[in-house]
Ligand binder design. Sequence first.
Ligand code: MLT
Length: 242
Amino acid sequence: MRRIEVCLSPELVHLYDLKDKIVVVVDIFRATSTMITGLANQVKSITPVADLETCRNFRNQGYIIAGERDGLPAEGFELGNSPLSYLKNAYAGKKIAVTTTNGTLAIEKSKPGSAEILIGAFLNLHATANYLSTLENDVLIHCAGWKGRYNLEDSLYAGALIEALDKTLTYDCDSALAMKTLYQAAKEDLITFIHQASHSKRLQNHHMDADIDFCLTLDKFDIVGKLVGEQLVGKKIHEEKV
Ligand code: MLT
């Protein structure tokens, strides 16, 4: 049976064999939630970039640049990292270059050897699960965490995805077992539980409560976010087999 594993921090990913795996990168607050929201609102593509300087230079190539550090918008950038900025097709047809504290780094560290990189969020949980169930590769869920440390929200997403794929993928990785168990223990009132998380508190201190609630919305979008070359693009799953 195909296998699924969970890597709880980018600081640990070197311990995992990425060869031929589908890597699902998750940064619930807020990088991957924002990327999925942008793609679902007709953004042409999103280019994840690890550092601020490189991202800034994309402006000269006609990109909209978005950036965040420590939860706050990066100085001089058109956009910060709020998913709400992309609603109502606000940036339809545009190419976005984005850099964030953790999410874009996790994407970068998922590249060596992997067969495919997807971005995961509660906003498109079952779209991602349905797509993964059509493939043959083993899967690694790569949690972006916070500056190398474990975080709650990404790992709960991992538990939810493992539960959704129970019939298709198995696991013998303790972090997969632990995260599924944690998710099943917390899922009756996930929002109250996640509001206690450190980054949730950080965003609340920045008065970004609306972002938190939005990022915890389940299955709002029926798209898969996939890295094609250096760009993330959105694919509807039921129109074509991606
Ligand atoms: C990150 O990459 O760490 C997050 O996306 C941070 C944020 O947007 O608050």
